[in-house]
Design a protein around this ligand. Structure first.
Ligand code: GLU
Length: 456
């Protein structure tokens, strides 16, 4: 009997200490698309061990955002509900000499780092605490010092084959032993993440490349915990290049305005965001996709470039408008109804290519449906009145061409001076939908009144 290939299980692990923005949405997408492409599971892990900074409002917000984006998770859990498990894992590491107590204060550590730097040496923790005798530790504790706990790195070269970056090496001898438990007993991110990855059978850790060094240390923690959980070794890793601005500079200062709630407020389509974030920094072109399945089908780690992905807001706007231009009436029917727009397929097909955001539809509906006084310059008043007199009674798709031909002959006008006054008188705007269909929707009565300068 052949063994069934293992379906991937991945997780997106945001900390609910801020709003979801384009940077972390890209990480979420990479996890989601990979899971769906492989028929695997996408887990949402809420990294809320920092009780001071995590809030329920942020957690609710990020869940709302992921749902809005169409990234439905198969399971979700909060780290804050799992401290018992982390305590057990920490106890095992303690008993097996993988973590050791340290007593230096933050100021002492800072001073040591400064000294090392002035000596031109890397600021690596000196492991002085490893040399403390039981009596010295007892003395420090009786003097009121609380231990924080560091993981003892092997000092060896940790290697893995990264699904995006290829062969990776991290020399753990060049790193400080990471602190896993603070002096107040709280956990830093490092240990709970590994424990949860083991417990949830995570097969692939997909995250930003700012975690590469961290992965070197975490792989050793996976190995140290394997006997306790009876698990295999570390999962596979994929570290994606960071998102930068179009100028190649960090987006960090702009991320506030690039949060999902801000983009939603600006009426950007969720699928425009996904279409762009799934493809920038890959070998695929950025195309407006209205169906997540298209992004799933074309996902592959091998397409992700090693260079940073450039995010350009103007490109997002462009993808958004292209997406709208391709939507069918069926796609938008409920949305039009929600805005109390009674226009049918004719209306939608006429105006969709003028939309940058969906909300623009209101402008065009007002032009077609509500009384409006167009713009008529004094030098065009006579021409517009003539146009009203010459307008055919029954309007169809050919009427515009015939009408403007007659007008051209009768007025001697041509080009812009022929067409623009008509558009301005009928819509109040210098640009907009094709006039041949617009006049059919407006109807002869309304057109004549507007051409005569009436509010109609
Ligand atoms: N909460 C961590 C972060 O946002 C998760 C990192 C990881 O994916 O392991 O950086």
């Amino acid at each position: 009997m052949t063994e069934k290939p293992m379906k991937p299980i991945v997780r997106f692990a945001p900390s609910p200490t801020g709003k979801l923005h384009v940077g972390n949405v890209r990480t979420a997408l990479m996890n989601f698309l990979f899971a769906r492409a492989q028929g695997g599971q996408f887990i949402l892990r809420i990294d809320d061990t920092d009780r001071g900074r995590s809030t329920q409002a942020y957690e609710a917000g990020l869940k709302e955002d992921l749902t809005w984006l169409g990234m439905v998770w198969d399971d979700s859990f909060n780290q804050s509900a799992r401290f018992g498990l982390y305590d057990e894992a920490a106890q095992f590491l303690r008993q097996n000499g993988h973590i050791y107590p340290c007593y230096e204060t933050a100021e002492e550590l800072d001073r040591q780092r400064k000294i090392l730097r002035t000596q031109g040496k890397p600021p690596i923790y000196n492991r002085a605490a490893l040399g403390l005798s039981a009596a010295e530790r007892a003395e420090l504790e009786s003097a009121g010092r609380q231990a924080h706990w560091r993981f003892k790195l092997s000092g060896k070269m940790v290697q893995w084959n990264d699904l995006v970056r290829g062969a990776q090496k991290v020399d753990t001898g060049s790193l400080s032993d990471p602190v896993l438990i603070r002096a107040d007993g709280t956990y830093l991110y490092t240990l709970p993440s590994v424990v949860d990855d083991i417990k949830a059978d995570i097969t692939h850790v997909i995250r930003g490349e700012d975690h590469v060094t961290n992965s070197g240390a975490q792989i050793e923690i996976f190995e140290a915990l394997a006997p306790f959980f009876g698990s295999a070794s570390a999962p596979k890793f994929a570290h994606t290049p960071l998102l930068v601005g179009k100028d190649g500079k960090s987006l960090s200062k702009r991320l506030g305005s690039l949060s999902m709630d801000q983009l939603r407020e600006r009426d950007i389509e969720p699928m425009a965001i996904c279409s762009l974030l799934a493809k920038i920094g890959t070998s695929d072109p950025v195309e407006a996709r209205s169906d997540m399945a298209d992004l799933v089908d074309t996902f592959s780690f091998s397409k992700i470039s090693r260079a940073s992905a450039r995010f350009d807001e103007a490109e997002l706007t462009l993808v958004n408008s292209r997406l709208l231009h391709g939507l069918s009436f069926e796609d938008v029917k409920p949305r039009l109804a929600a805005l109390s727009i009674g226009g049918g397929a004719d209306f939608w097909l006429l105006i969709r290519s003028n939309l940058v955001v969906f909300d623009d539809v209101k402008v065009w509906w007002a032009v077609v449906d509500q009384a409006l006084q167009g713009q008529i310059a004094s030098e065009d008043a006579e021409f517009c009145a003539l146009a009203a007199d010459l307008l055919p009674e029954d309007l169809d798709a050919d009427s515009w061409a015939k009408w403007t031909q007659t007008l051209k002959e009768r007025s001697g006008r041509k080009g812009k001076s022929l067409f623009l006054p008509l558009r301005l008188a009928l819509t109040g705007l210098a640009r907009g939908p094709e006039m041949d269909m617009l006049i059919v929707l407006l109807g002869a009565e309304r057109i004549k009144s507007r051409l005569r300068g009436k509010n109609a």
